[in-house]
Design a protein around this ligand. Structure first.
Ligand code: SF4
Ligand code: SF4
Length: 247
């Protein structure tokens, strides 16, 4: 049976067990978050920016809306004075704004000042979903970080940048030259379209995708192996035209 709740004064219908964050989103109410990603709907409760105040049966409590299931009628405040204050502290920790973070435990703040990572784990999940599993959360307590095992080059990494692209904090550093890409203590050869020269990824990442899709690299000579979509389409069209002319 549908439950009626109020979010910032607006009536919203939901099912028992639905998370407040999802109900708000469905109703066009935006709750700030850093770690939610449509690509990983099950990845929740990492950055805590989505805290809201829930008032139910005369009691009020602060909860992480992305993992708080509705179990009855209640009122949700996404920007009450309490929430704005707590969120400012979280934001200060995350954004490294020392002034705002007055009163926050120094050691934790000092740790984050040199490190944009909020330990949301999205990068680890992105890598795992590819089947590469090259990075993980390492160390403990304030030293916790994301890296390869033993902080050493990991053969499992293919240099695809999926981890960096999904990172909400732009915390994963990588660099490129004309011919190489460096990430996670490794250097990879870039693969370019053999026709127009556009960078298509690393050789390792393209070979990995090809193996996963079951195509054998050895059936095609290396120099004609990599073609971007546009050049491939053009090559096919050319082939078709020549075939018809021959018939
Ligand atoms: S670059 Fe390496 S660590 Fe990052 S997602 Fe790709 S394989 Fe995983
Ligand atoms: S590096 Fe980015 S994606 Fe990975 S845990 Fe840190 S903030 Fe999240």
């Amino acid at each position: 049976m549908a439950i009626k709740i109020k979010i910032d004064g607006r009536e919203c219908l939901c099912e028992k067990g639905e998370y407040i964050y999802d109900i708000a989103k469905r109703n066009g109410i935006e709750i700030p978050t850093y770690c939610r990603s449509d690509a990983f709907p099950d990845h929740r409760a990492c950055c805590r920016m989505c805290i809201v105040e829930v008032v139910q049966r005369g009691r009020s409590r602060i909860v992480a809306s992305c993992v708080y299931p509705v179990d009855g009628e209640c009122e949700v405040l996404t920007a009450s004075p309490r929430i704005l204050e707590d969120r400012a502290v979280l934001r200060a920790l995350i954004k490294q704004t020392e002034d705002e973070a007055e009163g926050v435990e120094f050691q934790r703040l000092a740790q984050i000042e040199n490190d944009k990572c909020i330990l949301c784990g999205l990068c680890v999940q992105a890598c795992e979903s590819l089947g590469t599993g090259a990075i993980s959360l390492v160390n403990r307590g304030v030293d916790k970080d994301v890296d390869t095992p033993y902080l050493k080059p990991n053969k499992a990494c293919v240099g695809c940048l999926s981890c960096a692209n999904v990172c909400p904090m732009d915390a994963i550093t990588w660099s490129e030259t004309e011919t190489t890409r460096s990430i996670w203590h490794r250097e990879f050869q870039l693969a370019r379209c053999s026709c127009c020269g556009k960078v298509l990824g690393t050789v390792d990442s393209l070979e990995y995708s090809r193996k996963k899709s079951g195509k054998q690299a050895k059936s095609v000579p290396l120099e004609t192996t990599y073609l971007c979509d546009e050049c491939r389409k053009e090559a096919l069209a050319r082939e078709m035209r020549e075939t018809y002319r021959l018939v």
